[in-house]
Ligand binder design. Structure first.
Ligand code: NDP
Length: 256
């Protein structure tokens, strides 16, 4: 299988967990991207330390401040990326930032529901809107036929917990706000795919597996490096048809 070959990529929430591992594995590729934009909420703070160390070793890595619930911060991030790309487009946006809360219908309140929705759905929507001109530019500048992650794409990191069809098999935890937000993210992905296809932009949702991160806990099935190796192997296989369901890190389709 051909690996992912992409000129520029932006990953949200990349200071820890799956986002950080995506950045590390992209940097370690034999054909790394010319530009990796690793976004996080607090690049200067302790939470950004590991990324800061990577930046000092890799001139193709740039840290960019981006808070997915703050439209002004997303706009500012767009300006910085555009400046760095110096007239080129951005090929791939990975909406990875997300939050999780273990609440049931008995304990969830409106604040928690809205917070999950804001980060997990509104954030990816705003990021997609803000980077659309740069994604369009990448698509227009490409001679590739069809839609692909190396040409221009938005990949939303979703979850099987948002799948309505899969709920009987996986309902081991209620996690109501998270499930509802990821179901909405799946719908957003479908809407983005339908809206942005005419601009040459692929939009897909990927489930990373149950992964050993702060969110997934150490009880999870998958080490983070294995999940991310899987995701990076799946990305180059994605095409138009992959916007019709959720795709797992192992390349399997998951019904919405
Ligand atoms: P972590 O909790 O380990 O990391 C979450 C990341 O998202 C952190 O970098 C965090 O930044 C960032 N983030 C949270 N809120 C915001 C915000 N408002 N703006 C910008 N960044 C933000 O989670 P994972 O790495 O495990 O999860 C990554 C993605 O994968 C999420 O979308 C999650 O839903 C999804 N996923 C994870 C699974 C798992 O088992 N781990 C399973 C299925 C899906 P900060 O450090 O500043 O808080």
């Amino acid at each position: 299988m051909a690996g992912l070959s992409v000129r520029s990529v932006l990953v949200t929430g990349s200071n820890r967990g799956i986002g950080l591992e995506l950045v590390k594995q992209l940097l370690g590729k034999s054909n790394p991207p010319q530009w990796i934009f690793a976004t996080c909420r607090d690049p200067e703070g302790a939470r950004g330390q590991e990324l800061q160390n990577l930046v000092s070793k890799h001139p193709n890595l740039m840290m960019v401040k981006l808070d997915a619930v703050n439209p002004a911060s997303i706009e500012e991030a767009t300006r910085r990326v555009e400046e760095q790309l110096d007239g080129s487009g951005l090929n791939l946006v990975i909406n990875n930032a997300g939050i999780f809360s273990n609440v049931s219908l008995a304990t969830v309140d409106s604040e928690e529901m809205l917070s999950a929705y804001k980060t997990n759905v509104v954030g990816p929507m705003l990021v997609g809107q803000a980077f659309l001109p740069l994604l369009k530019k990448a698509a227009q500048g490409s001679s590739q036929k069809g839609l692909s992650c190396s040409k221009a794409a938005i990949v939303n990191i979703s979850s099987v917990l948002g799948s309505i069809e899969r709920i009987p098999e996986t309902f081991f935890k209620p996690v109501v706000s998270y499930r509802c937000s990821k179901a909405a993210l799946n719908m957003l992905t479908r809407c983005q795919a339908l809206s942005y296809a005419e601009d040459g932009i692929l939009c897909a949702a990927v489930h990373p597996g149950w992964v050993q991160t702060d969110m997934g806990t150490q009880e999870a099935d998958l080490p983070v490096d294995e999940s991310v190796r899987g995701i990076l192997a799946v990305l180059p296989t994605l095409s138009e048809k992959h916007s019709r369901s959720l795709w797992s890190w192992a390349g399997k389709t998951i019904p919405w």
